[in-house]
Design a protein around this ligand. Sequence first.
Ligand code: NOJ
Length: 548
Amino acid sequence: MSDRWYSKAVVYCLDIDTFADSNGDGVGDIPGLIGRLDYLSRLGVNCIWLNPIHPTPNRDDGYDVADFYNVDPRLGTLGDFAELLHQAENRGIKVIIDLVVNHTSDQHPWFQSARSSPDSPYRDWFVWSETEPSDRKQGMVFPGEQDETWSYDRTAKQWFYHRFYKFQPDLNIKNPEVREEIKKICAFWLQLGVAGFRMDAVPFIIEETEPGNPNSPKDFGYLTELRQHVQWRKSDAVLLAEANVEPADLVTFFGDEGGSSNRIHMLFDFMLNAKMILALAREDPEPIIDGLRDTPKLPAGGQWATFLRNHDEIDLSRLTAEQRADVFAKFGPEKEEQLYGRGIRRRLAPMLGNDRRRLELAYALQFSLRGTPVLRYGEEIGMGDDLALNGRDAIRTPMQWNRLANAGFSTADPKDLIRPVVTDDGYGYETVNVTHQRHDPSSLLSWFERMIRTLREAPEVGNGSCTHVDVPAPRTLLVHRADDTTGTMLFLHNLGPDEVRIDLSSLEGDAEQPNDVLADSEYPEPDKLDDLSVSGYGYRWIRLRRGI
Ligand code: NOJ
């Protein structure tokens, strides 16, 4: 893969502890994941993003780190991790890990030392206030699970800042030692062989928190500094950031105003995520068209990462109240399906009523839009969720490998599993599992394999431009195209239930030998583009031209 490998990647996100358990203790582990690399290779993904792997009290699924330089003993050892990197590399798969440096766990030795004495060398590594900050009850990320962003610590006899849960004290980015330590953490893992980092909570990492100021300034310069450091250590390493902010504010995360991408390489497109979900709910592509039109132009080298489902709730907070209400009505009408008043805690298959046509449509759409697609484990087989579990855990159940006990995830006693496997009627592991689908060429899994292979043969998707084709079209049909020197792909996605037809003869000048490379069913060869049909919830990926 070239140095801009990330723009041609298909990223697969997984949490080691729910993927595959090799030693029967009920928790997935690194050797278990190594044993499944061939599965991922066959699926066609070429980059794995691992949710946090570090030692942790595990009160926020590992996003509360107690040691940045080690692997959680539940998952294995550093030696196992090095072996994973080697085995993945053998298969042409890159590995990126979560870098969670906005905060630590309150059990981290740095925080324990910091709170123990004002003279601790780590005291200033965290953010303190002697008096009760007036914005103490503002800026909570998890309303309902989190009451405040400043808490009083009796040992320290001061207030400390925590953007997330109380057990996640924020690191103080203004402290030069903290800035250097974060670089050292990156260098350590790069030296071991990771291909980059999914950076957690980036807008908060660079926040220069001032007590009483809910809009504290941000130090974007640190992102430039970090990028430079990372790139010196490994020239093709990538930073993929979570920055769920207004689109207009995003460009600054990619680079400074000169127009070069000298900060984050790749950002998750939260806005497009919400707009895709809205479009699917309304069966109307308009929100996606808006999204494509309104997104600011990125500096050269900047790239979006698209997703439909990640490990958290589907965050609808950037939609209007009316739009959000439409999505809730369609995809999460019950209170137990919603979270934090802004999101949905279901997997995609249950949201789409387990309707195979709509699932294919949704993922064909995501993978054909601009940017690098990210896929959450289990989505490729249409896994369901467990709403009886707390909050975001509903979609963090063990991977369903086969119809043996515990879905083939583990040989442990079911009561010792990290989380119960899904057993309900529609989505239980006896029906929905890898083995079953692997042998069935018409399964969702086989479809994902085909779709990803097709995408890998179309580098203009992800790498090139992605534009809405603005021609008179039926209301439910999205027409877009991807172009670069390698060729042109045309995409038709019908978000509604009825068959539609469209005249695209205006594009004939761009078409050499148009042919369907992926479609929901067989269509007559599109020799001419003047009368193309697309079935209800259907899609067609048509190659118009192959370039150099
Ligand atoms: C964002 C992560 O996606 C989420 O899972 C986590 O709880 C918070 N950051 C805090 O690290």
